[in-house]
Every structure is written in structure tokens, then in C-alpha cells.
Design a protein around this ligand. Structure first.
Ligand code: IVH
Length: 679
């Protein structure tokens, strides 16, 4: 009885998953889906004897880290030969024609630019998911792959008892962009393209985190003993009927002209797809003919990839300049003759670091290839060496600078990192100004009126050399500056005074210690309670804090090893800045919102948005940016964004006004409200 009920719920949820993630046409609301899923979860909890590793409840992932086991591929995972022109595709066509000496069909598909995966199904159940690895053996990433909603865990219809299916795991552009925005905010290194982001995600140790990254997958190749069809296209159609996501951009072609047409069409149209593609794959359709053609050591003779031209332009390198950021990182930038590249004029391109400059063998005056590809900033991919022979203007070889272009200090390189740094953090102008800008910014000390121009002005007038000097600024000094009136001067002074109430964790963030973003600052503040404890903390003690690794810990130690920083911190303390957690805060830390994800939206009358954010964190909740099915509720103020509202309605996420919220976090009422809030 119960078993049937559980089974029926699983089938129903599987169908809804398929409708939503594969067909993109849901037939029930997310709220109904969640209710059913919760129902299933409860039944499974009450009846552990009916556990199923492929139940829809298993898609949420877990935090358990286990490392990845290496698994040998039954059939090696080979790569494809690449071609870059129609002429080369024609060569392939001729080779196939000669090799077969009979009529043949080709299947054209998109070449998805993600990370390849091989899935094994046994009796319609997902048994294992393995990465390509070295082609012979890969990592077993089954737990992570199960969180990808468009991958069926159980199949429908008439499938062979055992088979493998291969495809590509992808991170959609929209998810990739959102992820990078968040990483930038957390001062984490950005992913260069969705491919790296997808493969990085697949290797995460927590499948819960993988689930949050919203990966997608397309399948394009089936292997096994009893495949349903004699044709590749037939197998894809069968796989589609079992529940796999098979691209609609798949076409059986009977001539080279049809192949060319497919290539030309998708070269343009691919830009409208939600995921990255980097070419076309052309395969012989008949499995029998595939077998006759066979493989070379590295790749099949029956298939080839045609790679799209990355968006590329050629232009002259005029000079290389070096930018010094707030943290002292030195970025080389190429200054180019302006050139058109996919709709924009490009004048500058990133050169990333010294190693890249060296490997390109760059000379001033060189004609260089600039590409946009999947990257955000255009980059130089190669030098046109032939053009050098007729180039009378070729200048010196580009050598990475040894000294900071701003302050002259000798640059250094931290072991294991590609970037050069200017270590002169307290006397190098862009670092000083950058640090001050960061210190006064809204999320840090929130001092109004001190924009970058004003900071520059104060710096040039010798009134501001470091963040502590801000507290010594006098109204007459300020108002005497050009462009700055008495009113603005008073405003600044006012903002400076108010900042003395900014809580410790934000002061810590405001100091601008490398790698100490908002989240890390909070973790440190709550773990050590005051600045002295952080100053004295050993590497071991720092690393013992949740989410703090060696890189961050080393950076904190480096910061406090510098006497100039110690002096700044002690001056800040003497001006009355908050350098420890208030007693209130220590005690106020509650659990009323433990485990809840809360979105803040709209404007509020009683407290500021940031205050609400702190309240959420202080009560064990998590403040998240966008509404999803996982959002527990929205703390809604006036004029909530229409998009958020629509989404909340669609997903059935509850809105909570500020008054209700404040009673919720009031300890006495904690229990009742928590219960009332979940449904
Ligand atoms: S077929 C034996 N089809 O490109 C050939 N591969 O360089 C099996 N890829 O490893 C691969 N889209 O990761 C095939 N429609 C497609 C593909 C595709 C992307 C990737 C895959 C493969 C690599 C080949």
C-alpha cells in the first residue's frame, strides 16, 4: 500500500521534472511540485525500507564529502578530429565516401562546449556517472550528476537492460553570469567561461552546492550491446523517448551541401542559444558503417568536429600599460589600434599575466589576433609572425615590468600565483586611494560624499594618506578645496561621525585585507570577537574557522605583520570605531531563522535593508539575492520589484512584512512563528 503510494508519487514527480527541465513546459506550479516532493520525503523518512537511490528526493544533494573514486571506462572516451573550414569538411566527406564505397548519410549536431560525461543505466536506473578523465578512466561523479534536473534518474519505455550514454554537462550563460557576479562580490577568482565553470562545479565536493548551480545536459552518443536502432539518429530518437534531453538542432544530411547549410545556419543562430557551443559535429549515421570505418588511435574515422571561428580580429599592438588595483595586483593591458569585434570597438585587451606575455613572444608593433570567444574581456591569442617580416615598425620585446608603475616599488610574486603584486600597500597611490574608496563604500563604512574624485583631491592636497586620516579631516580644510562647499564639508564630517557606529564585522571588511570579503569578515568577527584576537591569531587558529582556508589565513597574517597596518588599526580604535562585537550582538545571536533562505525586497520604514540583512544572519538565516523554489520567504517592503513579485506568486513563496518579521525574530515568539511560516 504505502509502497505503491511512494512509487506513484515518484513516477508523478519524475514526469513533472521531465516536463519542466527537458520539455520546458511545466504542467503544475512549483508550489504543487514542492508539496508533493515534501509528501514523498515524509513517506520515505517513515519507511526507510523503501529507499531508492534514484528517487526524485535524492536530487537535492548533500554536504558529505567523499572524494571521487576513479572508474575505468568500458569504452574509452575518445575525442574528435577538428576542422576549421568547409574545405577540411569536404576532405572528411571524401575520406568517408572512399572508405565506404556505398551510399551513406551524415548526422549534423551542435558541438556543445561544456564538460563531457558518460552515464551508465542498468534496467532503466542511473547507475553511474563518470567524467572523461584521461579517456581511459575518469572520476565517479554520480552524486553530483543526480542533482542535474534534466538528467533522468529512471527511464521510461523500452530501453536495453544495460547501456551507456554520453553527453555534455553545461552551465547556461545566465547561471554563469550570475555566478561570476557573486564570486566577484566575494572576491573569489572568476570563471573564464561556462565550460570551466561547469567542470569546476562537477568536481565540487558538496553535491548540495552543485544542485544550487543549475547545470544542464545534452546527450549525443549511445553505446552498448543491444541498442534499439541501426542508425545513430534512431538511437537519439529512442533516447529522447526514454527521457533524455536531445538537441532539436540535429539533422540527417545526404549531401555536403546540406552539411554546409547546417553549419552556416547555426554559426549565426547559436548566439541565441542559452548554452555555449563551439562547433558542429558531423557523424556517419549507420552504426554498421561506423564500425567499418573504425577508429584511429585518438578519434573515430566516422565523425569530425567543425569548429566555429572564434570572433577574431587582427590589429596592431601599440603599447602595454600596467594597472595597479586596490589590492596591489598588477594587470598588464594591451593598447591596440581600434578594431571592430562582434559589434563593439576594441581598443584594449587583457594580457592577464607575465607568463602569458612571455608565451606569446609579444613585441611592440606586432599585429596580434584579438578574440572574444566565450570570455568577457577580449584577449590576445596569437601574434601574426608572418606580418613581422614586412613590418618596419617592430619595436622591443614586451618584458613584464619589475617595478610598480605608480610608486616604483619592486614587484613581487606570491608562490603559486600568476599575478605580480606591488607590496607597497600603504604608500602606493592607487592602492591608497583604492583602499580609501573601499573603506567609505556603502557596504563598508558607508560614508557619503567621499567619491573617488574627492578622495583624489584630498590625497593630492595632502589631507588624506590612509583610511585613518579620514577621521582627522576638518571642515575648514575640506571646504577650502575647490569644488567642495561648506555644505558638502559638513555632510562628509557627518558621515564620518556616523560611521563610528558601524558594527565590527563591517569595519573589518572595510579595512580591505586581501581576500577578506563581507562573508569572511563576518566569519572572522564572530569567531574571534575582537580585533586584538584576530591580530594575534595563529595560522592554525584562523584555518580552524569555517570557510577560512590557507590563502585567506595567510593574507590576514600578512596584513597584521605590517607595522603600518597595526598603527592604522590602533588609530581607528582611538577615534571610537567598533573594534569588537557588541555584547548585545554576542547575545542576540539566535536560531529563529536557522536553515531559512530569505530574500529582501522593496523599501522599508523601520530599519535599513542592511540592518535587516544583519538581523537575518544574526538569527541563523541566509540572505539570498534571487527568488527560487528554495526561498523560505521574502521580507517584503514597499514597492517590491514586479519581477520578484511575479516569481514569488508563481512559486508560492510567502511574503512577510517588516513588522511580522521583527516579531518572528523576537525570541519569545520564535517557535510559533517558525511553524506558521513554513506553510
Ligand atoms: S560525439 C567518439 N557529439 O566534443 C566521439 N561530442 O572533441 C564521441 N561534444 O568529447 C563524441 N558536442 O565532449 C560528440 N554533439 C556532440 C558533441 C560532442 C560536444 C564534445 C565531447 C567530445 C568532444 C570531442
Amino acid at each position: 500500500m504505502v509502497k505503491d503510494q511512494i512509487e506513484a508519487l515518484r513516477r508523478e514527480l519524475e514526469q513533472h521534472n521531465y516536463n519542466y527541465y527537458v520539455l520546458s513546459s511545466p504542467t503544475i506550479s512549483d508550489k504543487e511540485f514542492d508539496t508533493k516532493l515534501r509528501q514523498l520525503q515524509e513517506l520515505e523518512e517513515q519507511h526507510p525500507e523503501f529507499f531508492d537511490a534514484n528517487s526524485p528526493t535524492q536530487r537535492v544533494g548533500s554536504d558529505i564529502t567523499s572524494g571521487f573514486e576513479q572508474v575505468a571506462h568500458v569504452y574509452p572516451m575518445l575525442s574528435l578530429g577538428n576542422t576549421y573550414s568547409l574545405a577540411e569538411v569536404q576532405d572528411f566527406y571524401e575520406r568517408v565516401r572512399k572508405g565506404l564505397n556505398e551510399d551513406f548519410e551524415l548526422v549534423c549536431e551542435l558541438k556543445y562546449d561544456g564538460t563531457s560525461i558518460s552515464l551508465t543505466y542498468e534496467n532503466g536506473n542511473l547507475l553511474r556517472a563518470v567524467t572523461r578523465g584521461d579517456g581511459e578512466k575518469g572520476d565517479d561523479v554520480t552524486a553530483n550528476v543526480k542533482t542535474i534536473r534534466s538528467i533522468p534518474l529512471r527511464l521510461q519505455g523500452n530501453y536495453p537492460p544495460m547501456f551507456e550514454i554520453r553527453g555534455e554537462i553545461l552551465m547556461p550563460w545566465s547561471v554563469f553570469e550570475e555566478l561570476n557576479i557573486e564570486r566577484e562580490r566575494q572576491e573569489e577568482p572568476l570563471f573564464a567561461n561556462p565550460r570551466n565553470a561547469a567542470s569546476g562545479t562537477l568536481k565540487l565536493q558538496s553535491s548540495k552546492q552543485v544542485a544550487a548551480r543549475k547545470l544542464d545536459a545534452y546527450f549525443y552518443y549511445m553505446l552498448g550491446e543491444n541498442l534499439p536502432a541501426e542508425l545513430h539518429s534512431g538511437n537519439l530518437a529512442a533516447a529522447k523517448s526514454w527521457g533524455f534531453k536531445i538537441s532539436d538542432a540535429t539533422k540527417v544530411c545526404r549531401s555536403l551541401e546540406e552539411v554546409a547549410e547546417f553549419i552556416n545556419y547555426w554559426d549565426v543562430e547559436r548566439k541565441n542559444l542559452p548554452v555555449a557551443t563551439d562547433g558542429i559535429v558531423i557523424k556517419v549515421n549507420s552504426l554498421n558503417q561506423q564500425k567499418n570505418l573504425g577508429f584511429t588511435a585518438k578519434s573515430p574515422r566516422w565523425a569530425i568536429a567543425y569548429k566555429f571561428q572564434a570572433e577574431q580580429a587582427v590589429t596592431r599592438l601599440n603599447s602595454v600599460s600596467y594597472q595597479v588595483g586596490r589590492t596591489g595586483a598588477v594587470t598588464p593591458v594591451a593598447n591596440l589600434d581600434p578594431v571592430q569585434l562582434s559589434g563593439t570597438t576594441v581598443k584594449r585587451a587583457s594580457l592577464h599575466n607575465a607568463d602569458i606575455i612571455e608565451s606569446l613572444d609579444l613585441h611592440i608593433g606586432d599585429m596580434v589576433f584579438v578574440e572574444k570567444g566565450g570570455e568577457i574581456i577580449p584577449k590576445i591569442t596569437a601574434v601574426d609572425k608572418v606580418a613581422r617580416e614586412t613590418n618596419f615598425m617592430m619595436g622591443d620585446k614586451v618584458k613584464f615590468i619589475k617595478n610598480c608603475p605608480e610608486c616604483g616599488a619592486a614587484l613581487m610574486r606570491i608562490e603559486g600565483e600568476a599575478a605580480h603584486y606591488c607590496p607597497n600597500e600603504n604608500a602606493c597611490p592607487p592602492q591608497i586611494k583604492g583602499k580609501i574608496e573601499h573603506f567609505v563604500s556603502r557596504r563598508a563604512m558607508n560614508i557619503d560624499g567621499l567619491g573617488s574624485e574627492t578622495i583624489n583631491l584630498l590625497y593630492q592636497n595632502d589631507l588624506l594618506h590612509n583610511i585613518a586620516d579620514i577621521f582627522e579631516l576638518k571642515v575648514p580644510d575640506l571646504s577650502r578645496l575647490e569644488r567642495l562647499g561648506t555644505k558638502s564639508a559638513y555632510n562628509i564630517k557627518d558621515g564620518v561621525e556616523k560611521s563610528k557606529e558601524v558594527p565590527f564585522e563591517r569595519v573589518l571588511f572595510a579595512l580591505g585585507i586581501r581576500f577578506v570579503g563581507e562573508t569572511v569578515a563576518k566569519k572572522l568577527a564572530f569567531a574571534f570577537k575582537d580585533i586584538e584576537a584576530i591580530e594575534q591569531a595563529t595560522l592554525e587558529k584562523l584555518i580552524a574557522v569555517d570557510e577560512i582556508g590557507e590563502r585567506i589565513a595567510q593574507s590576514v597574517i600578512r596584513y597584521f605583520a605590517d607595522a603600518a597596518n597595526i598603527e592604522i588599526v590602533s588609530r581607528l580604535k582611538s577615534y571610537g570605531l567598533q573594534m569588537s562585537l557588541t555584547e548585545e550582538k554576542l547575545q542576540a545571536r539566535g536560531e529563529a531563522l536557522a536553515g531559512l533562505s530569505i530574500v529582501i525586497s522593496g523599501t522599508f520604514a523601520l530599519h535599513s535593508r542592511d540592518e535587516y540583512k544583519t538581523m537575518i544572519e544574526m538569527n541563523g538565516g541566509k540572505n539570498v539575492g534571487s527568488v527560487s523554489a528554495k526561498t523560505s520567504f521574502i521580507l517584503a517592503g514597499e514597492n517590491m520589484g514586479p519581477e520578484k513579485l511575479k516569481k514569488a506568486e508563481k512559486l508560492g513563496v510567502k511574503l512577510v512584512d517588516e513588522k511580522t518579521f521583527l516579531t518572528m525574530i523576537n525570541a519569545e515568539q520564535q517557535e510559533e512563528t517558525q511553524q506558521g511560516l513554513l506553510f
